[in-house]
Design a protein around this ligand. Structure first.
Ligand SMILES: Nc1ncnc2c1ncn2[C@@H]1O[C@H](COP(=O)(O)OP(=O)(O)OP(=O)(O)O)[C@@H](O)[C@H]1O
Ligand SMILES: [Mg+2]
Length: 419
């Protein structure tokens, strides 16, 4: 590799939950500060009509303070859902998800420009699949992201799979050549690769032969949030509540409320009036009152944040109390890790299947894997560590920078490609 002295290279990890920007030069790669001294930026936008948009923690804080505007999170999920050109209403104005994505990525571009002015090439991370089992939709999702990046001012835009980027980061720490299984479980996707890494391999121009297996599924932390919410929270708001006619409450309200990027869809006059009508039909109307109160106060994201906090707390405790009464007027339920894991069983089974599939694709025995490198925020879930231990018994597990390894690896990839 020919490297230009002093040249810098940029990698962007636009994540479902958190984003990072990394710069590499001849000496290595580092994440840059995006909000104060923090190197991660929650992928959140607060959009108040007529005011400048807020991003990250500031966006979340403005929403929690009750400022008048829309909080948007989980935006990356719209790329793979066909929703990206759909509009969402902000203060009476229709804004497309694409526009919101462009603002957020434009904010990352500004941070890069401030740290390394004039740099106009970038490697963006991407999940192995934005969409499961639909190659055309997957290509479309990548094209939209590339277009947005060009609109934001990067002249040359390339992509690398997020788990391969994580492998490039992990590679900087290994003393000898080995086969590593990268398991990157983030907010929106789980991505797994088998990669041959080693100090001597990092400098090689073509690494395609070092990637023995690579696949991903659209299962991530936000799906675990949804399952926990549907199992432990939504029943207190009328999910599956019986109606006088022998049916149950329509489910779609609860599915939207439990899905980060769908929450704002509930904030319509139509929902408010429909809930009033439904109230008369269910056997326990007080449950619908809680839902109506929450929706009316636009507290859907606040609820989702409490659920996510409880989920994270369950990684370190067997049981936690979910504080909800200030939002719903209902109880503060205790949630248990075993109950959460049971509710998330189908997701866990899909991750287990993904691990087996990628190992089969690589055509190697599990004992050929030297290390499992687990990264991404959701790699903190104990149940996923158990799954890895079941599929790869006895293989050592390394955990690195859970939120920074993909971004750092993407900058290393940018140096390799553009250097
Ligand atoms: N200790 C923990 N236990 C369980 N989950 C956690 C923990 N810490 C963070 N998470 C979850 O990790 C997810 C965020 O991880 P990360 O920042 O790696 O995702 P991302 O890179 O934004 O998403 P993706 O790569 O899928 O687009 C969130 O769902 C968050 O709730
Ligand atoms: Mg990620």
């Amino acid at each position: 590799m020919e490297s230009i002295i002093g040249a810098q290279f940029c990698g962007i990890d636009f994540g479902t939950s958190n984003s990072t920007v990394a710069l590499a030069d001849a000496s290595g790669a580092r994440l840059i500060a995006l909000e104060g001294t923090a190197v991660t930026l929650p992928s959140a936008v607060f959009w108040e009509p007529g005011a400048p948009q807020l991003y990250g923690r500031a966006a979340i804080a403005a929403y929690l303070e009750g400022q008048d505007g829309r909080l948007m999170r989980g935006l990356k999920s719209t790329l793979g859902s066909g929703l990206v050109n759909d509009k969402t209403s902000v203060g009476g104005r229709a804004v497309s998800f694409r526009d919101v994505l462009a603002r957020f990525i434009g904010h990352l571009r500004k941070a890069q420009q401030a740290a390394a002015p004039g740099l106009d090439q970038v490697v963006l991370g991407r999940p192995v699949h934005f969409v499961d089992g639909d190659a055309a939709a997957d290509t479309a999702a990548e094209s939209v992201l590339a277009e947005i990046a060009r609109d934001c001012g990067w002249r040359e835009v390339a992509f690398q799979f997020e788990p391969i980027a994580a492998a490039l980061h992990y590679e900087t720490t290994v003393p000898r050549e080995e086969l590593v299984l990268i398991v990157d479980i983030g907010g929106g996707t789980s991505d797994v690769s088998v990669v041959r890494v080693g100090p001597g391999r990092a400098a090689q121009a073509d690494r395609a032969g070092d990637i023995l297996g690579n696949d991903g599924i659209r299962v991530g932390g936000t799906d675990f949030d949804r399952q926990l919410s549907l199992a432990e929270v939504m029943p207190h708001l009328g999910f599956l509540a019986p109606t006088r006619s022998g049916g149950v409450m329509p489910r779609h309200y609860y599915l939207d409320l439990a899905t980060w990027h769908r929450i704002n869809a509930l904030y319509t006059a139509r929902t408010a009036s429909d809930l009033k009508a439904l109230r008369a039909e269910v056997l326990r109307p007080e449950l619908i009152d809680r839902l109506a109160r929450l929706v009316e106060a636009r507290q859907g994201h606040a609820l989702a944040m409490r659920v996510e906090e409880a989920k994270i707390a369950l990684s370190g405790a067997e049981a936690v109390r979910l504080a909800l009464s200030d939002l719903t007027g209902g109880p503060n339920p205790m949630v248990r890790r075993d109950g959460f894991e049971a509710a998330a069983e189908a997701l866990v089974a899909r991750v287990r299947g993904l691990l087996s599939d990628v190992l089969a694709q690589a055509g190697i025995a599990t004992d050929a894997i030297g290390t499992v490198f687990m990264t991404g925020g959701s790699s903190g879930l104990p149940v996923l560590h158990r799954v890895v231990a079941e599929v790869l018994p006895g293989v050592p597990v390394a955990t690195g920078d859970m939120l920074g390894s993909v971004g750092t690896g993407l900058a290393l990839e940018a140096r390799r490609r553009f250097g």
